[in-house]
Design a protein around this ligand. Structure first.
Ligand code: BGC
Length: 758
């Protein structure tokens, strides 16, 4: 606690302290009596009364309109930590350029994309915790190094919008740690966000705000010492429990609800004054530190350009038969789709950004090819839960034009009302009108370039093999149009790689059976897919995907040389260095993302994913240029959370490093052997014989110490009684279960000791 905070606290009455814990005007640490103006955190650099807005505001409203950089879903596709840090720095600059001088932001969100349907996926990075955590951490660095506090949100297991304020996420301890917490952990360790926002939902039956286990994970396991703020109106009659639990330093309150409740509880001894003090100390310390943030200038044109460069590095070229990049000399170019005039660039709700200058695809294309023709092809409906049926006249007019066109660029995807805070998408389908249009267009023109805008997966399987190229720009911010057009005409490289897998069928999606169920019977959301989120699911189940995680094409060619590994025989405490030579062998500059996945191949105490991303590196190379990338792996790359032992462990045995450019495009597999680790499993006398019988070690011990018939009796492949015996707890082997005991007590103890030896 700073001296200043100590002094402030000592001057406050109990009433003042309690009211400071939830100021309904959204200010934190504002104490007029002591001339302290506090801080008013905002969701975006726009600030002011735009605070809670869904959808697009009226232009020319005299408010500050910051440049809308690409959404975090789009930024994630850059796989570029430096770019994420730069983006954070741009946000900080705009916050400081706001006349109200914003010094605290409620971003970024690092929730895992458990399902492509989540309405807020545009605010989240990835289905993978390493990619999400690393990029969020870098973004936080950029923000905070420039004087603006970040708020990492929404902690935790808030992965859908449907009934987000009342749902109960039922999640296993292993999935909680390995998937959901891991993203927070990485972002916290890398970026040290000055605050964290807790989420609305319950986890395993208790509101996050007052969930002691969830609090302990943050405060004790991750050692987080910053401010924890509740989500907006997320206190559900658990104010007292939330303060006592340590998960709420300050409440983001809509109105002065239950204003006296805390005061009365402190007076009645139900909450200790020290508890309130501890939370306020953190808040006041932070506010005090933020007073040092000074105003900045922002040249909006320069920032708009930066938003364009950023988007270019995120755009993913999903497929290309060689049609792209287009030459600028186009004779009969046709542009189709209402989105060409009205691009989707950001989702709705508190994460929405209005933008400084939203350019349209049509204008930008016509600046390159002035005579390009245009057909709307479908009608965009801008309202919540829109229905967009086909408009026959629009379709037939577009088809007639396409028959005569040399090439057709179709802008498809979701208008801005589909993806928002507060509700989820119903499916991964394109609107009906766009589907009918595409069906017809691909019949009459084989040079269709499909450009997709949507923060998450779309089902384009019916047309994928009928179009010449597919470009995916997510929700790419206000400069998405120039960035995309630059990619199409080759002025920019498609720098992005997918941060999410694209399934071939909706029913294949990991959380398909446990997502957005309109089930009034109970508010439980079963995280039934467990750790198998995203590619972990598709790979484990052997399900094909349309485009794999990490995928993205380039306009140039890369030669990725054989990786070298600093050591192949390691202990869990070693740091492994993997060096990968990459050369641009094509004729254009371009970037490549080297992805490193790890699998555990030998006997494990638990079920393992086929492989999991542990590290990545992006490199930009001029034609002919080469570089060596060095990727470091420490024990985190090999550990898993043992539910049995209730801690992270590294098992001994064989692992493989999979080095490639997507989950499906692995170029090298490097074996690594770990010794000096642990067993994820402690054999006890209650362990079923099944587990002994599944272990080679057990048979080795038997073979070395007992007559052969003992091994024979325990061998499930030997055709004896082993299967029948296998459910027995181990201690039963010392009892005459089938006439005579198999082992004496000493022998059983000896076996147990040996089994648990490393
Ligand atoms: C959202 C948060 C946001 C807060 C304040 C809530 O409804 O879930 O992400 O920061 O409002 O706008």
């Amino acid at each position: 606690m700073s001296k200043k905070t100590r002094e402030i606290l000592s001057q406050l009455t109990l009433e003042e302290k309690c009211s400071l814990c939830a100021q309904a005007d959204g200010s934190f640490g504002r104490i007029p009596r002591l001339n302290l103006k506090g801080s008013v955190p905002q969701d975006n650099p726009r600030g002011g009364e735009d605070y809670f807005r869904t959808g697009r505001p009226v232009e020319g409203d005299g408010k500050y309109h910051p440049v809308a950089f690409p959404s975090d879903a789009c930024l994630a596709m850059s796989w570029d930590e430096e770019l994420a840090c730069e983006t954070g720095a741009y946000f900080a600059q705009e916050c400081r350029a706001n006349p109200d001088l914003i010094n605290w932001l409620f971003r970024p969100g690092v929730n895992i994309k458990r399902s492509p349907l989540c309405g807020r996926n545009f605010e989240y990075f990835s289905e993978d915790p390493v990619l999400a955590g690393e990029l969020a951490g870098s973004y936080i660095q950029g923000l905070q190094e420039n004087g603006v506090a970040a708020t990492l949100k929404h902690y935790i297991c808030n992965n859908q919008e449907f009934e987000r304020m009342t749902t109960n996420s039922i999640v296993s301890e292993r999935a909680l740690r390995e998937i959901y917490l891991r993203a927070f952990e990485i972002a916290i360790q890398k970026g040290n966000p000055l605050s964290i926002m807790s989420s609305y939902n319950q986890v395993n039956g208790e509101w996050v705000n007052s969930n002691q286990h969830i609090c302990d994970l943050l405060r004790k396991d991750l050692g987080y010492e910053g401010v924890v703020v509740s989500d907006f109106a997320a206190v559900h009659r658990n104010k007292i429990a939330a303060h006592n639990c340590g998960m709420m330093d300050i409440e983001l309150a809509p109105v002065d609800v239950h204003s006296d409740e805390l005061l009365e509880a402190v007076k009645a001894g139900k909450v200790k004054e020290e508890t309130i003090d501890a939370g306020l100390e953190r808040v006041l310390d932070l506010v005090d530190r933020l007073y040092a943030t000074t105003p900045a200038e922002a040249d909006m044109e320069v920032l708009h350009e930066a938003a364009c460069r950023t988007a270019e590095q995120c755009i993913v070229l999903l497929q290309n038969n060689g049609i792209l990049p287009l030459s600028k000399k186009q004779e009969n170019l046709l542009v189709v789709g209402g989105l060409a005039e009205n691009p989707s660039y950001m989702g709705g709700g508190s994460g929405h950004m209005n933008g400084y200058k939203v350019e349209t695809y049509l204008d930008v294309i016509r600046a390159v090819v002035p005579e390009a023709a245009y057909e709307p092809g479908y009608q965009l409906v801008e309202k919540m839960h829109p229905v967009e049926p086909g408009v026959p006249e629009l379709i037939s007019s577009a088809v007639k034009a396409a028959e005569k066109a040399d090439k057709v660029i179709v802008f498809a995807g979701l208008g801005y009302c589909y993806e928002s805070e507060g509700y989820d998408r119903k499916d991964i389908q394109l609107p009906e009108g766009q589907k009918l249009l595409l069906d017809e267009l691909v019949k009459v023109n084989s040079n269709v370039i499909l450009v997709l805008s949507c923060a998450s997966v779309l089902d384009i399987t019916p047309w994928a093999d009928k179009v010449a190229a597919v470009v995916y720009n997510s929700l790419g911010g206000e400069a998405v149009a120039p960035a995309t057009v630059n990619v199409i005409f080759g002025d920019a490289e498609p720098g992005g790689r997918l941060a999410e897998s694209w399934p071939v069928a909706e029913g294949h999606m990991p959380a398909y059976m446990n997502f957005t169920r309109e089930c009034q019977d109970k508010p439980d959301v079963m995280y039934g897919e467990d750790i198998y989120v995203g590619y972990r699911w598709y790979e484990k189940r052997g399900l094909p995907v349309l485009y794999p995680f990490g995928h993205g094409l380039s306009y140039t060619e890369f030669e990725i040389g054989k990786p070298s590994v600093s050591k192949s025989d390691i202990t869990p405490e070693d740091t492994l260095e993997v060096t990968v030579p990459v050369k641009n062998t094509g004729s254009r500059a371009g970037s490549q993302v080297i992805q490193l996945y790890v699998s555990h191949d030998t006997e494990s105490a638990c079920d393992r994913p086929v492989k999991a991303l542990k590290a990545f590196a992006k490199v930009r190379l001029e034609p002919g240029e080469s570089k060596e990338l060095t990727i470091k792996l420490d024990r985190k790359a090999f550990e898993y959370f043992s539910v049995n032992l209730n801690r992270w462990i590294v098992e001994n045995g064989g692992y493989t490093l999979h080095i490639g450019i997507s989950t499906a495009d692995i170029l090298y597999r490097v074996p690594v052997l770990i010794s000096g680790g642990e067993a994820g499993f402690l054999y006890t006398e209650m362990t079923p014989l099944t587990w002994f019988m599944a272990s080679e070690k057990f048979f080795r011990i038997l073979g070395e110490n007992f007559p052969p018939e003992v091994s024979g009796m325990m061998d499930r492949n030997a055709g004896g009684w082993a299967d029948l015996l296998s459910p027995l707890p181990f201690y039963k082997t010392t009892e005459p279960y089938m006439g005579t005991a198999m082992f004496t007590r000493e022998q059983a103890d000896f076996i147990l000791k040996k089994m648990n030896e490393q």
